[in-house]
Design a protein around this ligand. Structure first.
Ligand SMILES: [Zn+2]
Ligand SMILES: [Zn+2]
Length: 338
């Protein structure tokens, strides 16, 4: 998907803006992935991705030798990352701990998690987010809060103190992270990751929604195993003028990207007056384009391949979710109305 020109952006003459496809969450055999870094880099390059963050647990898999072997100038780039696998002791949880994993994207040094074997004591889950976010930022990184419903760990209250410009996994393609939330046998409800995102946006926060692979399984012989977390299922499309680490990190920091599980946008314009977008059609898929505002309320729905929305001014924020007739989606960031 390299090099789709943002149609009608009006600034192409100054900056040729391109959409670059990348994954912000992947594991190699340096942590709990099943394949060496070479295989992981090769997979994403050969699948046509433009960039990849390898985010092994508690270790940075050095992108330099991988870029030397697999990088292609302007075509494929690896950027340093780490998953800080924080656990938090909690005697009220059936695991006696909760999970507060965060990705550190573009970091220059390893960020160490709190506690012995990563189990933080005498600190709240929100407290570990605050500490790990500060450490990641001090190490030059961008913060991504991962899979809130993994082991039914993270609640809205744990997230309300997140700083603005934090990335948040609204769709993680790992097969065991409960993206859609659920109700337990005693009737307790955990909202979907997307609904948690709306709750944070409704509170006025600037949080960027991400979809990614959290890939662990690359062995060719496992390609048919749907239970394993194979690569290529979820990603972000980043708008930048060149494929460099500086340009990609800068665009992610600004929230100039959208999340996807298979729907590609051929146009996305967010202006002071509204949002216009168009979908790149695939085969005979049909599309539902929903404009969503405060409280997760659907403000307008379209069924063409393109749609526009003009702000009324009282929506709080407006974001777009596109769903195709095969279940694939795209999610834009929220435009905040002041
Ligand atoms: Zn994780
Ligand atoms: Zn992971």
């Amino acid at each position: 998907m390299t090099g789709i020109l943002a149609a009608g952006a009006g600034v192409e003459k100054l900056h040729a803006q391109h959409w670059f496809r990348g994954n912000t969450h992947a594991h190699t055999a340096n942590s709990d992935g099943d394949s060496p870094p070479d295989s992981v880099a090769r997979w994403y390059r050969d699948a046509g991705y433009d960039f990849l963050f390898i985010t092994d647990h508690e270790v940075i898999t050095d992108p330099a030798p991988l870029n030397a072997r697999f990088g292609v100038p302007g075509r494929f780039l690896l950027i340093a990352g780490e998953e800080v696998t924080q656990l938090v002791a909690d005697t009220t949880h059936s695991d006696r701990r909760r999970q507060a994993h965060v990705n550190a994207l573009g970091v220059t040094r390893v960020v160490r998690r709190l506690g012995e074997r990563g189990i933080a004591l005498d600190i709240s889950l929100a407290g570990t987010y605050a500490r790990n976010i500060a450490e990641i930022r001090a190490a030059g990184g961008i913060v991504q809060v991962n899979h809130p419903n993994f082991r039914w760990s993270v609640r809205l209250d744990d997230l309300t103190a997140l700083p603005d410009s934090t990335l948040f996994e609204i769709w993680n393609a790992h097969t065991g992270v409960n993206n859609l939330g659920g109700v337990d046998a005693s009737g307790r409800t955990a909202p979907s990751a997307e609904a948690l995102w709306d709750s944070l946006l409704t509170r006025g926060k600037v949080i960027f929604g991400v979809a990614d692979d959290d890939s662990h399984s690359f062995r060719p012989g496992d390609a048919d195993s749907y239970a394993l977390t194979r690569p290529g299922r979820a990603w972000i499309m980043v708008r930048a003028d060149t494929l460099t680490e500086t340009a990609i990190l800068g665009a992610i920091r600004r929230g100039d990207f959208y999340a996807s599980t298979g729907v590609t946008l051929s146009e996305l314009q967010v202006t002071d007056s509204g949002i216009t977008l168009a979908v790149l059609p695939v085969y005979d898929s049909r599309y539902t384009i929903e404009f969503i505002g405060s409280g997760g309320r659907v403000l307008a729905t379209g069924h063409d391949r393109s749609a526009s929305y003009t702000y009324r001014g009282d929506e709080g924020y407006v974001r777009v979710r596109v769903t195709d007739s095969n279940g694939r989606k795209a999610w834009t960031q929220a435009a905040r109305l002041r």
